[in-house]
Structure formats: C-alpha cells, structure tokens
Design a protein around this ligand. Sequence first.
Ligand SMILES: Cc1cc2nc3c(=O)[nH]c(=O)nc-3n(C[C@H](O)[C@H](O)[C@H](O)COP(=O)(O)O)c2cc1C
Length: 330
Amino acid sequence: MSFKNNFTIKDLNLSHNIIYAPLAEYTDFAFRRLVRNYHTSLMYCEMVKMQALVREKTTKLLKYTKDMKPLGAQLCGADPSIAFDSAKKLEDSGFDTIDLNCGCPVHKVVKDGSGAALLKEPKLISQILSEMVKAVKIPVTIKIRLGWDDSSIVATDIVKIAIDAGCSAITIHGRTRKQGYSGKSDWNYITECKKVAQDNILVFANGDLYSAEDVKNVFELTKCDGVMIARGMLFSPWLSNDIESYYTNSIKPSFSRKEAILKYISYLLDEKKENAIFDLRRISGWFFRGIENIKNLRISINAATNIDQAIKLIEGFDFDERDNSAPCSL
Ligand SMILES: Cc1cc2nc3c(=O)[nH]c(=O)nc-3n(C[C@H](O)[C@H](O)[C@H](O)COP(=O)(O)O)c2cc1C
C-alpha cells in the first residue's frame, strides 16, 4: 500500500491513511483544534487511564467539538475487568475509534503493568482487547512497541493476538520499551508484522516519520496499510497535507508558522488564560525546533511572564515562511 485517499478502518471512512498519534500533554484540546485546520483524517486525543475514566463523569483530556472528528480515544490500563466499561463509555461519548496503549514507556505508567509493560503479558492484552471489542461497534485498535527489550521482541505475536481478538488495526512503533526514544524506529520489524497480518488486520507504521520521503520509504519497505505520525506533527501540523501533495503531484500548500502559533495561542486563551504561557512554552519547544534564528525568540518566550508578552514577541518575529515542511528530524 502507499498513500491512499478514501480509506476505511472497519466502518469508519477516512479521507486518507495518514493518522495523527496520541501525545500525552501535547494533543490537548487546543492543539487538536489547531491540527484540524490542516489534517482531515483521524487524529487521537491523549491517552486516558481506564480507572480514571470509569471513576469520573468527564475528563478534560477527551473534550472535543464535532468539527474535530474523526477522533480517536486511547485507553491506558491493564485491568480487563474495566476494559468493557471504559470502551463503552468512550463509544457513548461519540469517539470514532478506541485504541489500547501498549507502548507508553514511562515509569509511572508501566509500574502498574500498563502501557509497554503489557508487552510482557500477551494474555492480558488478549483479554483486554476482547472486552473492548465485545463492548463497542466502532473499531478497536492497538498501538504497540516491538517488545520490552531486545531479548523479548513480541510484535508479531501481538499481531496474531490482535487479529484473534477482533481488532481492526495495529500500529507498531519500531522501538522497544528499553530504547525509549533513543536509536531509530526499526521498520524491518514492521515488515515482519505486515507479513503476519496479511489482510486480517490493518498495519500502521510508526516512528521517525518527519517528511513525505520518510513516509514513502516506510510504505515501500513495510507494505504497511497506513502510517501514524507523532512528533512530526508537532513540528508541522500540516505534514499530512505535504504527504498528500507529494503523492498526488499537486502543489504543496503553503502554511504560515506565525499564523499557526498565534491561532494556537488564541485557542489556549479560549480555555484558560493563567496557564497559557506554560502550554505555549511546551508546544513551542517542538514547533520552533530546527527553525533558523529562532533561539532568541525561544529564550524570550521562556522568560516571558505572561501570554500577552509572548504574543508581542511572536508578532514581531520575522519567520522565514518559504518552506514550512517538517524543519528537521530528531
Ligand atoms: C511527548 C510524547 C507523548 C506521547 N504520548 C503518547 C500517548 O499518549 N499514547 C501513545 O500511544 N503514544 C504516545 N507517545 C508515542 C508516540 O505516539 C509515538 O509512538 C512515538 O513518538 C514515535 O512516533 P514519532 O517518531 O512519529 O514521534 C508519546 C510520545 C511523546 C514524544
């Protein structure tokens, strides 16, 4: 497969097969609003803990407006007894797809057996997915790393488990938990996963996709059905537009980085003025990465004591808007 317009995951019709990943503390409501100015296909909210979801009435992590759809939610947890209710709650809240997180490497997540720790318990993955699939009609998907470490690569086993559980898609990040974000996403394992999957489950490749060329390379190598992009969209929320124009030989749309960051700030201000400066600092760490002459602006934003100062700094900065494709890889 390669880039494809009109793509379906189970009954969910999507404009194309480039999807945007969940990113805890980044793909929040304001950022999702920003992304929707550019990206037409599926995107995800930040992961939510199953326990919190079944306990609380609402969670701000999952806030959305109808124009943000198609939108996926992601569950994080290791307790099959609450997987059914968690999934049902998400479907009832209007989400288009539900993913199970089997990749988060951070200590506070893996310490209770969730996230990437599930890769050490394939039977548990099977039980959780089966409960989720039983609970909902929308597509259930799973996102994994290759395994816990080099000596316990389980990706192809999890593909089989996901198929048996009735999952519609699996996303594979080609790193182990032990690697964190070091080294490179090893796409060769994704090739192996696609061979095992055949046409029984959709395979999305993930890891180190920052440009249309990266996406072309991963499609050619792995024969995957689609790709999931995470950090690349933090540099360039319009990356899927670049990929689409690359594949359709159309003129690359030009987007203004200054306009985008000011729009993002306006979305933050619709939510909460007090914290906006902190959110801006966090996002601009990625959004300004690799941009020429940006260092002083970043330093000034970090020193700014309120959002109005930051807005003035950004308005006064001369962005080079000639080519706003992903400015760099990591
Ligand atoms: C700050 C940050 C937050 C993340 N949060 C999540 C998350 O909530 N759920 C998840 O499945 N993966 C999460 N990831 C992993 C990404 O979705 C993705 O698998 C990984 O970054 C590799 O893809 P990339 O090279 O396109 O960034 C996170 C990654 C980063 C850097």
